[in-house]
Write a protein that binds this ligand. Structure first.
Ligand code: HPA
Ligand code: ZN
Length: 338
């Protein structure tokens, strides 16, 4: 209907998409074959792209998804693989009128396979350079995430390598985040990593919390890690004081509605506290997370929210303006996006 046309035309900002989560089963099989990668033989899901796609309909939890997500990494070897993956995502996002994209990637899970950090960034930068020509209205930023299923010292090693690259200070990396498994991974475990990064001059911080984990993890991430953003943050709604704090501090939640439904964080889309966040003036954006796994890119997420909540044009204006204000780009770029 008319609102869905408006949502397609609406200039969008995407703040929560993992580039490795954009690898389709077809591309995974193609790259694995090209690169001579053996697929897991003990799981019938890897018999064909169709079987893998079918398995994605039956995720039971974040950790169940993460198993398949990290197998997907194994097909990514050369800079050209990262370039193709990134360029294809940017082309699709631009077709949905994404004008500002901040893209996560997980260096530790590549470096541990002997794919160097500079290979990843060379491929992603090549895609960004082509996008500057082909998608002139699109601004692009990259954000590395530390992985919480790995030991904390590995996160310190990653930070040291990223700092040594100089990429936080030359425009290559816009900030620092963390992802992967959540339950049992309290923010206090990572305080020393975030403190070191801040002391070295890194300026924008975020962290995945409140996806499966309780609202206390969100509260403690704000106080211990000093993040200006929370990825997901859905369960913040369970704590009224926290909701007020998020509104007061203009902390942006990067919500991922289809992701929450597919990973069984909620039973139904209607259970995501979109209305509560709007009414409490909590800033949030709507994002795709891992679109190749969750059945939709940003437009499908916007439409799913509209189907579930029947928002007004004014609601969408508020969401769109909040997403621009919460972006990690210059104030002059924000003016252009408005
Ligand atoms: N949560 C945690 N880790 C992730 C996600 C997510 O939604 N996507 C990719 N890694
Ligand atoms: Zn995520």
């Amino acid at each position: 209907d008319k609102l869905h046309q408006l949502l397609q035309a609406l200039p969008k900002c995407e703040h929560h998409v993992h580039i490795e989560g954009t690898i389709s089963p077809e591309l995974f099989f193609r790259l694995a074959s090209k690169n001579g990668i053996t697929l897991p033989s003990d799981d019938p899901a890897f018999e064909s792209p169709a079987a893998l796609h079918a398995r994605y309909q039956n995720f039971t939890s974040l950790d169940d998804f993460l198993h398949y997500y990290f197998v997907g990494f194994s097909a990514l070897i050369n800079a050209s693989d990262f370039e193709a993956l990134t360029y294809d995502y940017l082309a699709l996002a631009y077709s949905q009128n994404v004008y500002h994209a901040e893209i996560f990637f997980d260096p530790q899970a590549h470096i541990s396979r002997n794919v160097p950090y500079h290979t990843i960034i060379a491929g992603m930068n090549a895609a960004k350079a082509r996008a500057a020509v082909d998608f002139p209205k699109l601004s692009i930023e990259f954000i590395p995430c530390l992985l919480r299923h790995l030991p904390v010292p590995s996160a310190h090693e990653l930070l040291d390598e990223l700092l040594a690259s100089g990429h936080f200070f030359d425009g290559t990396l816009v900030g620092f985040g963390m992802s992967s498994t959540e339950l049992g991974k309290h923010p206090s475990l990572y305080k020393s990593v975030y403190d070191s990064a801040r002391a070295a001059g890194v300026s924008n911080f975020t962290a995945h919390y409140g996806e499966e984990g309780p609202s206390d993890y969100v509260k403690d991430a704000l106080s211990l890690l000093n993040v200006s953003r929370i990825d997901h943050g859905r369960r913040s709604a369970e704590d009224a004081d926290l909701v007020a704090q998020l509104a007061e501090s203009a902390t942006m939640l990067t919500l991922c509605p289809l992701s929450n439904v597919i990973l069984k964080g909620v039973d139904r889309m209607q259970d995501i506290p979109i209305r509560e966040f709007l009414d409490a003036n909590v800033r949030f954006s709507i994002n795709s997370d891992d679109p190749a796994y969750f059945g939709g890119y940003i437009q499908e997420n916007y439409c799913a929210v509209q189907e579930a909540f029947g928002l007004t044009v004014d609601d969408w204006g508020k969401i769109a303006r909040g997403a621009i204000a919460g972006s990690w780009c210059s104030s002059s770029r924000k003016e252009q996006l408005l």
